[in-house]
Design a protein around this ligand. Structure first.
Ligand code: NAI
Ligand code: BUO
Length: 259
């Protein structure tokens, strides 16, 4: 039976895909949930589902690439719930492009969201958690943060960066009772992979679905990763069972990448 734990978790990019699954899983674990995304409708829907589970929810539209919006989001969270125990910096974007075609604007856009956004979320959450002398920060990296992937050069660079930020924050924030870890999914069946498959089919001149099918064929556990596979691991990171773990970036990918 689910037990309320009187703790509050904030999940960015919670309107779809992995973020939605994390929000639902943490609600099942007894957390009250702050849902963030750039569009209102998606997080309102997830908020209703969370209320059906008997947990409180609070939806905040904010663009994580904007520092002032992130700090305002954290202030609103503390005003609403009085605390912040778990910060899941999940929101991110991908772009498929060969290295030689990546423009300055492409680099700026992807780094603004995936790296600057993660940094702002960590900074704003840490300010609150330092006052509480406790907290858990959980960042989205990827198997693309562990090794390079063709046509995903700038995306990979952002996900390597997230691991660097995670390790540094783990060391700086440990004296304040705050742990900082990352999760590294593989090939997850979300809108992000629909986009990758579509773009790869254009660049490689292969039928739609072919890239994804080939990737799935290479997964030792023999199936695509579901958002809940990631959420189950984030549930552990958000729980007291992970209290002695910090600075880690663990791969959950069905056995493709060992690190
Ligand atoms: N799908 C996959 O195979 C993998 C995904 N990841 C990472 O997991 C995270 C979630 O990925 P998915 O759920 O697959 O993506 P998705 O594209 O399905 O969902 C991402 C969500 O983030 C939101 N978002 C985008 N930009 C935002 C911004 N500036 N501010 C706030 N919200 C924003 C979107 O509106 C969307 O609801 C990302 O960081 C991604 O890089 C990592 C490894 C594999
Ligand atoms: C989307 C992603 O993180 C990949 C392809 O590794």
């Amino acid at each position: 039976m689910k037990m309320k734990n009187n703790k509050v978790a904030l999940v960015t990019g919670a309107g779809a895909g992995i973020g939605r699954a994390i929000a639902m899983r943490l609600a099942s674990d007894g957390f009250d949930i702050v849902l963030n995304d750039i569009g209102e409708e998606s997080i309102k829907n997830v908020a209703s589902e969370i209320e059906e589970l008997g947990q409180k929810s609070f939806a905040i539209v904010a663009d994580i690439s904007k520092r002032d919006q992130v700090f305002s989001m954290i202030n609103q969270t503390v005003e609403h719930f009085g605390r912040l125990d778990v910060m899941v910096s999940n929101a991110g974007i991908v772009q498929v492009k060969p290295l030689l075609e990546i423009t300055e604007e492409d680099l700026e856009r992807i780094f603004r969201i995936n790296v600057f956004g993660t940094m702002f979320c960590m900074q704003a959450a840490a300010e609150v958690m330092i006052k509480q002398n406790s907290g858990k920060i959980i960042n989205a990296s990827s198997t693309s943060g562990k090794r390079g992937v063709e046509f995903l050069g700038h995306y990979c660079a952002t996900k390597f960066s997230v691991i660097g930020l995670t390790q540094t924050a783990a060391k700086e924030l440990a004296p304040h009772g705050i742990t900082v870890n990352a999760y590294c999914p593989g090939i997850v069946g979300t809108g992000m992979w629909e986009e990758i498959d579509r773009k790869m089919s254009e660049y490689m001149n292969v039928p739609l679905g072919e890239t994804l099918k080939n990737k799935i064929n290479g997964i030792p556990l023999g199936r695509i990763e579901e958002p809940i596979d990631v959420a189950n691991y984030v549930s552990f990171l958000a729980s007291e069972d992970s209290n002695y773990m910090t600075g880690q970036a663990v791969v959950i990918d069905g056995g493709m990448v060992f690190s």
